[in-house]
Design a protein around this ligand. Structure first.
Ligand SMILES: [Zn+2]
Length: 126
């Protein structure tokens, strides 16, 4: 959870921000999700929005089942806010949910770590 809060994770929104030996920096709107390649691979997308990987959907469903059991008002708050806002709500949860959210973040980041990152060809240095 700390790595997520500090931006010290392996999601493309952070890792493609800076140039490396074999590629130039990638503009934020082109740091696309390695699974769906339709949205920016940022924290909110990876944790709450991406539907292109079955394990991500399963982990999210498991978390929401536990979360709504521990904090029944949580599901209602999800409907009226953005994914980023809801992620902040989850991170602030105090009803014994924090360790479940931390485990969820760890598991989702591991799913992303297990798949090569998508880098648009135009940014690769030959
Ligand atoms: Zn995605």
């Amino acid at each position: 959870m700390t790595r997520l809060l500090l931006g010290d994770h392996n999601l493309s929104v952070e890792r493609l921000r800076y140039p490396s030996r074999y590629r130039s920096a990638v503009p934020r709107d082109l740091r696309l999700c390695r699974f769906c390649r339709a949205e920016v691979e940022d924290e909110a997308h990876a944790l709450l929005d991406c539907d292109a990987h079955a394990r991500l959907r399963d982990l999210r469903e498991e978390l929401m089942q536990v979360a709504t059991k521990l904090d029944p008002g949580l599901y209602a708050r999800r409907a009226g806010c953005t994914s980023l806002d809801f992620l902040i709500i989850l991170l602030r949860s105090r009803r014994a949910l924090v360790h479940n959210v931390a485990r969820f973040i760890y598991q989702v980041l591991n799913v992303y770590d297990g798949e090569p990152r998508f880098v648009p060809l135009v940014f690769r240095v030959p």
